[in-house]
Structures are given as structure tokens and as C-alpha cells.
Ligand binder design. Structure first.
Ligand SMILES: [Zn+2]
Length: 456
């Protein structure tokens, strides 16, 4: 109880200071009670876990919106997905006597953290969005990441909900002792291979042969099989077919169900499909899922729109695959646009920015939609150089380390071109500062409009 008191006090102080309390209260409480997660976890009836490389936060937010239709849940919002973040979420939902206010927890859990905390919670359902290569610098090798997810899940009785289009996620399902279900896109959405697609997970982890693909959805996701052994893409238990912004869920022996999606971009369709499949496994009905999707608000930095003039849309980028998904989603919006890219290289971003060279910024050139690119952040110059090598015209690139100046420039250029939308891409540590600045601009613009209306 002392640990929870300390945690709650920290939370209170942070809130009074106007700071976010997503991790620090948990860190303080864990220092005084290292077994806090297991102790609080005992009070839960069920825990649902989302892990994987990309899309954890979006998938968790979508699933949270659905589960809330059934009753209150405890969840770690805003991507605080290591021990401190989990502890902070539990403390937030505990009273001063240490009793939790909800019996269901939905946690986004970092892949490396999963084996450390899996025994603390009654995990009934575990969803894996995908397994991409980006965490190389953090955990050594890809095998390491996969191994950690497999080890973490082996300790649970969870029903697994896996991305069957992803050969690496499929691999997790092969050795699992419990029930395994797969989600996957309909083959109508298969596209031809893009150059970056053969780089990740293209080898069979059972026998080492190169996988053969009938086609790709995005990244390494596609319809694959191994020519040498019995490894293949499983028939999806939860199939998804997209028409406009509506996702049709296909389950064998059941009529198709339509779910209008509140998110854009193919990678978000996967997140939605993963959330819907997990919700189904949790026993949620069609209407609860639909109401959840209706009530959904996009989390920070996932195609998050700000009502500045013109509109700005903020996106988190942190690795080549995630960045490519964002670039593709942006190029699917057919209009001309201004791009602003903020690259920092602080610890939380990853010190090494060489991943910029693996990301497909050539798309910005090919699409021909970006009238100007402003690069900013501590590595503004590296990003400008990357764009130059992508073949983007240098006279349409501006770089400045200063975030305010970058936004001013991008918005001014967008206004000059007839109020084009501004797409802002940012690494982790620049994301909150940019969001704050954009919010201030929205407020300033609203005051200005209100003032004009009042004097006219
Ligand atoms: Zn094989």
C-alpha cells in the first residue's frame, strides 16, 4: 500500500504541475515494491495483451474503445508499455487502499518486457500485430525479439490472435501449446512486390529457405509459402476485405459484417482488423465493436489532425517499416501537400539515424504531390540530405533545427499554395513538442476567428 501511496502522490504532483503521469508514478512505486505488478495483477479477472513491432498503440486504443462498451477497463494509454508504464496504469485505477476499480485490463506491452511481466497477469487473450526488424539496435537480433514474444506467451494460457499474413508472427503460432487464431487481409488486396519488401523476414524460420510470395499487402506481409517445407500462410480465421473506409469481416460459416473504420491507411486497417479479431475472441458482439469504432479517437501522432489553417496532420515515425506505412498512407491522400519532417536522435528516438536511408522517402518524389519539404529537429540536415538523395528537388527543401520556425515555414508555404494540408512526420521526442505547438496554433487561430467575428 505504501508503494501505491507513493505512486499516487507522484501522479498527483505531476498532474498539478501539468505533466503527463504515464511512467514516473510506476517507477517510484516499483522502487518501493518490486512485486507490485504481480500483487495488483492478482485482483484482475482477465488481462488482454497487445504486442508486436508496429501498431501496438493504435490497436490497443481501438480495442480499448470496443471493450469499454462492455464496462470499465484499465489500460496503459499513450504507449507507456514497459514495467513502469504498466504499474502507472494500475496505480491510476487503484484507490488509496490499493483496490483496483476494474477487473479487466488491456495492456500494450513492449516485446522485451513481455517475458518479464507475463506471469503477473491473468492473460486470456494476446494479440500480435506484426514482427518487423526495427528493434535490432535495441535487442540484438530479430530472433531475439521473436524469442522474447514466444517465451512471454508460453507462460500464459492465452488464446493467441496473430497476424497470419506475417511469416514471423505465424512462426509464433506454430509452437504455441494453446489455441491460436489468425487474422489476415483478403487476397483481393495483394499488390506486386516493392523494392523494400524482400528485406525483412523473407526467409523460412523453420528450414531457412527463401519464402515464395504470391503477392504482398505491405512490408513483409503477404501470401507466402516455403518451397522446401510445410510452412505457409494460414487461412485467416478473421479475414478482412476493405471497400472505401469500410472493413468487411469474414469468418467461415458466418455472414460478412461491415465495420466503418475511423482510421486511414493500410497499416491502420491491419490494426483495426487485429482489434476486431481480439474483441471477437473476448466475446464482444458486432454492435459493441461498431459502437467502439464510432467512439474511437486517434491516439497522438497517428494521422492526428489539427484544425490549424490549413489543416496539419501529425504522424509518428520511428523505423523504416513504420515510416514507409506512413508515407504510403500520405500518398494515398490524392491532393497536393506540404511535408514537414522532424528527426531527433535522443535516446528514446534511437541514437542512430541511419534508418532514414532504409525508409522509402523516394515515394515522396514518385507521388509528385509534395510541393515543399521542411526538415527540422536535431538532425534536420541529415533528413534534408536524405531527401536530396531520394531525388527531391533541393530548391523545394528548407531545413531548420527550430520546430516553431519549421511549422511557420511549412504553414506559410501551404497557405501560399491555396491552403494545402501539411503532413508532419516526427520521431518520438519531437512528437509531443510538435503536438503542443500545433494545439497552441489551433487555439490562437480560434481566438483570432472569434475576435474577427466579434468586431465585424
Ligand atoms: Zn521452410
Amino acid at each position: 500500500v505504501l508503494a501505491i501511496w507513493l505512486g499516487k502522490l507522484t501522479e498527483l504532483v505531476l498532474r498539478l504541475l501539468g505533466r503527463r503521469a504515464t511512467s514516473l508514478p510506476g517507477k517510484v512505486a516499483l522502487r518501493f515494491s518490486p512485486n507490485l505488478l504481480a500483487k495488483l495483477g492478482k485482483q484482475l479477472q482477465r488481462c488482454i495483451v497487445v504486442t508486436g513491432t508496429n501498431g501496438k498503440t493504435s490497436t490497443t486504443s481501438l480495442l480499448a474503445a470496443m471493450l469499454r462498451q462492455e464496462g470499465p477497463i484499465i489500460t496503459n494509454a499513450e504507449g507507456a508499455n514497459m514495467q513502469q508504464g504498466l504499474a502507472a496504469a494500475l496505480i491510476k485505477h487503484a484507490n488509496w487502499r490499493g483496490r483496483l476499480r476494474a477487473k479487466t485490463a488491456l495492456f500494450e506491452i513492449d516485446e522485451a518486457t513481455l517475458p518479464l511481466v507475463a506471469h503477473c497477469f491473468p492473460i486470456r487473450v494476446a494479440a500480435v500485430t506484426n514482427v518487423f526488424r526495427d528493434q535490432l539496435d535495441r535487442y540484438g537480433e530479430l530472433d531475439g525479439t521473436l524469442r522474447k514474444i514466444i517465451d512471454g506467451l508460453a507462460e500464459t494460457e492465452a488464446v493467441l490472435v496473430l497476424n497470419g499474413d506475417d511469416p514471423l508472427a505465424r512462426h509464433i503460432g506454430l509452437g504455441h501449446p494453446g489455441r491460436v487464431l489468425y487474422f489476415g487481409l483478403n487476397e483481393a488486396h495483394l499488390g506486386p512486390a516493392r523494392r523494400e519488401q524482400m528485406r525483412d523476414g523473407a526467409f523460412c524460420l523453420e528450414c531457412g529457405a527463401r519464402l515464395e510470395y504470391q503477392g504482398f499487402f505491405y512490408g513483409q506481409l503477404g501470401v507466402y509459402h516455403c518451397p522446401e517445407c510445410d510452412f505457409f500462410r494460414p487461412h485467416p480465421d478473421f479475414g478482412g476485405r476493405l471497400e472505401g473506409n469500410t472493413l468487411y469481416l469474414l469468418q467461415d460459416g458466418q455472414p460478412e459484417v461491415a465495420f466503418p473504420l475511423p482510421v486511414r491507411g493500410l497499416f491502420n486497417v491491419y490494426n483495426a482488423l487485429c482489434a476486431i479479431a481480439a474483441a471477437r475472441v473476448c466475446g464482444l458482439g458486432r454492435e459493441q465493436i461498431q459502437r467502439g469504432l464510432e467512439s474511437f479517437k486517434a491516439p497522438l501522432g497517428r494521422m492526428q489532425a489539427f484544425a490549424t489553417l490549413p489543416e496539419t496532420i501529425l504522424n509518428l515515425i520511428k523505423n523504416p517499416t513504420g515510416c514507409d506505412s506512413v508515407l504510403q498512407a500520405i500518398s494515398h491522400q490524392p491532393e497536393a501537400k506540404v511535408i514537414c519532417i522532424a528527426i531527433n536522435d535522443l535516446a528514446a528516438d534511437g541514437r542512430d539515424v541511419s534508418w532514414l536511408w532504409d525508409a522509402d522517402f523516394e515515394l515522396l518524389v514518385e507521388s509528385g504531390q509534395a510541393v515543399h519539404c521542411v526538415t527540422t529537429g536535431l538532425r534536420a540536415e541529415d533528413m534534408a540530405l536524405r531527401l536530396k538523395y531520394a531525388g527531391y528537388p533541393t530548391n523545394q527543401i528548407t531545413y531548420t533545427v527550430d520546430l516553431d520556425e519549421a511549422l511557420d515555414t511549412a504553414i506559410a508555404i501551404a497557405r501560399r499554395h491555396g491552403h494545402l494540408p501539411v503532413y508532419v512526420l516526427s520521431t518520438y521526442t519531437a512528437l509531443y513538442p510538435l503536438a503542443e505547438r500545433l494545439k497552441r496554433r489551433v487555439n490562437a487561430y480560434q481566438h483570432e476567428t472569434a475576435y474577427r467575428a466579434s468586431v465585424s
